[in-house]
Design a protein around this ligand. Structure first.
Ligand SMILES: Cc1cc2nc3c(=O)[nH]c(=O)nc-3n(C[C@H](O)[C@H](O)[C@H](O)COP(=O)(O)OP(=O)(O)OC[C@H]3O[C@@H](n4cnc5c(N)ncnc54)[C@H](O)[C@@H]3O)c2cc1C
Ligand code: SF4
Length: 569
């Protein structure tokens, strides 16, 4: 369909009275959008429950100038009154803070500070603000435990997911360059964005000296028209929306497609509270939700229940759906629910100046919404093991001429100093795989509820030695490469923090005693209950998760359709 209309089909708060639909899907983000599209287009009657509000064209704020905002976009202090946790993220600012949860009404607890940020309450979920980096996992990720013995393998291999990666990339529109690299399978790409001069020189020199590959980021920003969406015009701040729908957001794409079938009802402001279970059959019978505004309680009855609420929220729902038969949480007979929380570790790397590539900083654009990617090179299966840690990391970075905003003075001399010519700076930031640990968990906090009385989550996540040593290596290896490539004034940084890439807590597996979900993301304990977000990841891989989340969702939907066709669901 054409994707220029605002997201339609919202039925704010209204239940679908008396009807038993084929599938109820909780969440309208990356995974929920795909589940709705795939199932509705296959002929199923679908309801999507979305806790956030409807999205309109007024939510595209990327071109709103800072000087028109109350605080000129320069202070997060006012946002912190209602969004103290969300404002910790670079992607939550004066333009879009209202898309995020109010941390006071939707709290969580974290004995050791954990940034559960990017909690979006708007149709499209996190795809409104995501960084759009889109990478396929390889068998070095899916079968990592077989290579080094840590954790468990995925119950599927690259060949199982490959056709679904193709489907997703073709529709999403991922621009990128093919590299024929064993750790980063190539995909179906739109034309790649161009590298800058300093980036190209750096990549070529590192290839020659270390045989390591740096490539332009594979990003879900269009470089060619697709289904009525225009190519990106490089204005820069995608996390504030996109009038031309040039980056992938489920609110611009999968959700309108699902609604356009006439078989999908999207109910916004609908906070799913629990999965309903028929005790006689042990099967899920629907979802109970609370209207965000009226606090009225409603139910949607369905043949299949699909949770796509973002990993933490889906796991919270399962815990909050406990029954006398499942006192420790629904689908938790294995005791694995909430365990093995994994998040990529980042904020370590290095930067350097390249005086041979001088330029003037560009203040008004163009601003390429993408960077460069360094493909993992540590602990490559079959290669030499790295000292001190398992698995590996990639670098995301860029080369640009920075504005000298710290220049002294004021008035015209200051403005000229800010825009003064200078050397290009190349900065590399590592994003590394986090191992699956028993003590990195999420669970229900017995003493806290949200404003709707729904028990809140407690997240217990700490940095272990493997991740600590990995971040030190991210900085050291970046500095070594930058220096070898001709960089000057090399500066390292190691201030580890967690990226917004949370996965795990309901791992997939073939053994019901050791896993929560089947290889098709179906609960072992409740056959018509599926969890299609990142909850099922048995390990976190070294690269960003969302392309894999979407491919898995499509694969699991096709499996569900087949089961329904033969009367098994
Ligand atoms: C700043 C930022 C940058 C990122 N950059 C990247 C990147 O470059 N590459 C990458 O691969 N990933 C990135 N991610 C991660 C990516 O956004 C997520 O992996 C992806 O969106 C997860 O999809 P999902 O369907 O699980 O959840 P979401 O897309 O978050 O959608 C979940 C939806 O469920 C709704 N919901 C939650 N609870 C309930 C409930 N109880 N009832 C009803 N609805 C509910 C939410 O309101 C939300 O709309 C980034 C995330 C952030 C925050
Ligand atoms: S940079 Fe491109 S994708 Fe991002 S908001 Fe601007 S036009 Fe849209």
């Amino acid at each position: 369909m054409q994707h220029n209309a605002p997201t339609g089909g919202h039925v704010s708060g209204a239940p679908v009275r008396g009807e038993r639909v084929d599938a109820v899907i909780v969440g309208s983000g990356a995974s929920g959008g795909w589940a709705a599209k795939r199932l509705a287009e296959a002929g199923l009657r679908v309801v999507v429950l979305e806790a956030g509000r409807a999205r309109t064209d007024d939510d595209n704020r990327e071109h709103i100038p800072a000087h028109t905002l109350t605080y000129r976009g320069r202070s997060k202090t006012p946002l912190a009154k209602t969004h103290p946790r969300q404002a910790e993220s670079y992607a939550c600012d004066e333009w879009n803070a209202d898309w995020h949860v109010n941390d006071l009404t939707e709290p969580y607890t974290d004995p050791e500070p954990f940034p559960w940020v990017g909690r979006i309450r708007l149709v499209g979920g996190r795809t409104n603000v995501w960084g759009r980096q889109s990478y396929r996992f390889s068998d070095a990720d899916f079968k990592a435990a077989s290579f080094d013995g840590a954790g468990v393998d995925w119950p599927l291999a690259y060949r199982d997911l490959e056709p679904y990666y193709d489907i997703v990339e073709r529709y999403v529109g991922v621009s990128g360059a093919k590299e024929a690299h064993p750790l980063l399978p190539d995909g179906v790409f739109q034309p790649p964005m161009a590298m800058g001069c300093a980036e190209r020189a750096f990549a070529d020199r590192v290839k020659a000296r270390f045989d390591r590959t740096f490539t332009i980021g594979r990003t879900a920003n269009l470089t060619a028209p697709l289904n009525g969406r225009a190519p990106c015009h490089y204005c820069g701040p995608c996390q504030r929306g996109c009038t031309t729908h040039s980056y992938f957001n489920s609110a611009f794409t999968t959700i309108p497609d699902a609604v356009a079938t006439g078989r999908c009802t999207l109910i916004t402001d609908a906070m799913a509270r629990r999965v309903l279970v028929d005790r006689a059959s042990g099967r899920a019978s629907g979802v109970e939700y609370i209207d965000r505004h009226t606090h009225a309680v409603h139910e949607i009855r369905a043949r299949a229940v699909i949770l796509c609420a973002q990993m933490f929220e889906s796991v919270r729902l399962l815990f909050n759906s406990r029954t006398p038969d499942a006192p420790n949480g629904l689908a938790n007979s294995s005791g694995q629910l909430g365990r093995h929380l994994m998040v990529h570790v980042t904020e370590a790397g290095a930067s350097a100046e390249f005086p041979e590539f001088p330029g003037r900083p560009s203040v008004g654009g163009p601003d390429r919404p993408n960077g460069i990617l360094g493909i993992r090179f540590r602990n490559v299966p079959g290669g030499a093991p790295s000292q001190g840690f398992l698995r590996g990391y990639g670098y995301q970075g860029e080369g640009h001429v920075p504005a000298h905003t710290g220049a002294p003075g004021f008035g015209r001399p200051f403005m000229e100093a800010v825009r003064a010519a200078g050397p290009a700076v190349v900065r590399l930031q590592g994003f590394g795989e986090c191992l699956a640990y028993d003590d990195n968990v999420c669970e229900i906090d017995p003493s806290m509820v949200d404003a709707w009385g729904i028990p809140a989550l407690r997240i217990r996540m700490s940095l272990h030695d493997n991740e600590r040593r990995m971040t030190e290596d991210m900085a050291a290896a970046a500095a070594e490469m930058l220096e070898a490539a001709g960089g000057r004034q090399v500066k390292t940084f190691v201030t580890p923090r967690w990226a917004s890439h949370e996965v795990g807590c309901a791992r997939m597996g073939t053994d019901p005693a050791a896993s929560v979900l089947t290889p098709f993301q179906q609960a072992h304990d409740v056959p018509n209950l599926l969890v299609m977000d990142g909850s099922g990841f048995p390990s976190s891989g070294w690269s960003n998760p969302t392309l894999t989340i979407m491919a898995l969702a499509v694969r699991s939907c096709d499996h569900l359709l087949e089961r329904m066709r033969v009367g098994d669901a």
